[in-house]
Design a protein around this ligand. Structure first.
Ligand code: PMP
Length: 408
């Protein structure tokens, strides 16, 4: 994939006098020229508010804004463009499901089932919903290597379950959950299946119909689009039955002094002026990734994992969390170096030009499950190459030497 590297001007720089090796893609991805250019073009030529004016710019902007709904629908294989709701990101999408669907369909004594793997944005909204409704929040356990424990899933999902919500790919352990199996289990018990697609949509082909999800949320910025734009997909019959959450301009049908009727989904959820440039950037990012092909993206990242995971495991003192079999691992690898705080590891790696994240990764219950306070995390994308992975391995070895004189 080295032919695509030149599309990312940000990668062409030195950090601390070393060539930048960007391995923090699970936090946010870099943007190709095509995305930046699409946003610039929009502001230079077409900028106007959407759905409001009849003048040429307004019509152009509206047409571009609405065309992206079709692109998104195709990208995740949604049956209808009207099931694509623009959001700020995954967090907002999951919060909306909890606040709108949850508060109208969940009652005291119902159960909401998530897992120990979840990012706070697929955990705290359900905790809040449980608190508000008197529902009970339950957790599917993990196997020792971090994979979802299907026996535990079968135990936790029962006829009392109203909602099952899981991440498709972990932002810490690199595991990919068998959503289709869990969705079947949820549906058998009359529950709906909500999927956090933040870490999967950017990296492999997503098919919301094949996995049989009911809601699916993802963020644009992790798939090379700008920050502040994301998507919530939901089955049309569920969206139709959900109250809007933000009231104001453009989401209404007819406003009278004492009552208002609303537009249909998705527009009833999109109150106020939207992130139009963000939507256009999202469309350009989807075009960019689609032209490469998501299967190729996944294959490339898998090849890097096939090198990187065993190479890290070979370094004495390195602990890798999650499965040790590269075939079970996406391009997110969390690790610790014995005797060192992950923040020190990340700072030392930065001195070598290598950008990784250190911390709890917005997954504190998972850190507790792992019995660590924090980890370092390297995460790959299509512009990373073998040299990046090798540099990480060398930089970890150098860090170890520097702090411990090679004694760990
Ligand atoms: N879920 C997962 C698995 C994530 O990795 C993230 C981002 N770190 C989110 C949800 C939240 O995404 P955002 O901050 O873009 O809303």
């Amino acid at each position: 994939m080295s032919e695509y590297r030149a599309d990312f001007p940000i990668l062409n720089q030195t950090v601390n006098d070393e060539p930048l090796v960007y391995l923090d893609n699970a936090a946010t991805a870099q943007k190709p020229r095509a995305v930046v250019q699409a946003i610039t073009n929009y502001y230079y030529h077409d900028n106007a508010n959407v759905h409001r004016g009849v003048h040429t710019l307004a019509e152009r902007a509206t047409q571009e804004f609405e065309a992206v709904r079709d692109k998104v629908a195709k990208f995740i294989n949604a049956p209808s463009r009207e099931e694509i709701v623009y959001t700020k990101g995954t967090t907002e999408g999951l919060n909306w499901v909890a606040a709108s669907y949850g508060s109208t369909h969940v009652k005291a004594g119902d159960e909401i089932v998530i897992s120990y793997l979840e990012h706070h944005s697929n955990l705290v909204p359900w905790q809040q919903l449980a608190k508000k409704t008197g529902a009970i929040l339950k957790y599917i356990d993990l196997l020792p290597d971090g994979e979802l424990d299907l026996t535990s899933a079968r135990r936790q999902i029962t006829d009392k379950t109203a909602i099952v919500s899981l991440t498709q790919a972990s932002n810490v352990l690199g595991v990919v959950n068998p959503i289709k199996k869990i969705a079947a289990l949820a549906h058998q018990h009359g529950a709906i299946m909500v999927v956090d697609g933040a870490q999967s949509t950017p990296h492999f082909k997503v098919d919301v119909q094949a996995m049989d999800a009911d809601f699916y949320a993802f963020s644009g910025h992790k798939l090379m689009a700008p920050t502040g734009i994301g998507v919530l997909w939901g089955k049309s019959e569920l969206l139709a039955d959900m109250p809007p959450l933000e009231f104001g301009g453009e989401m209404i049908d007819w406003v009278q002094l004492q009552k208002t009727t609303f537009k249909a989904a998705p527009w009833k959820f999109e109150g106020g002026t939207q992130n139009i440039a963000g939507v256009i950037g999202l469309g350009a990012a989807i075009d960019y990734l689609s032209a490469i092909g998501m299967d190729r993206v996944q294959k490339h990242e898998q090849q890097l994992v096939n090198y990187l995971l065993p190479a890290l495991l070979e370094i004495p003192g390195v602990t890798v969390y999650g499965p040790h079999d590269p075939a079970k691992h996406s391009g997110v690898i969390s690790f610790n170096l014995a005797g060192l705080h992950p923040h020190d590891v990340a700072t030392a790696l930065d001195m070598e030009g290598v950008a990784v994240r250190a911390g709890h990764h917005c997954a504190q219950p998972l850190m507790e499950w792992l019995k660590v306070a924090a980890t370092a995390r390297a995460s790959l994308y299509l512009y990373n190459n073998l040299a990046d992975a090798q540099k990480l391995v060398e930089a970890i070895k150098a860090t170890k030497e520097f702090f411990n004189h090679g004694t760990i």
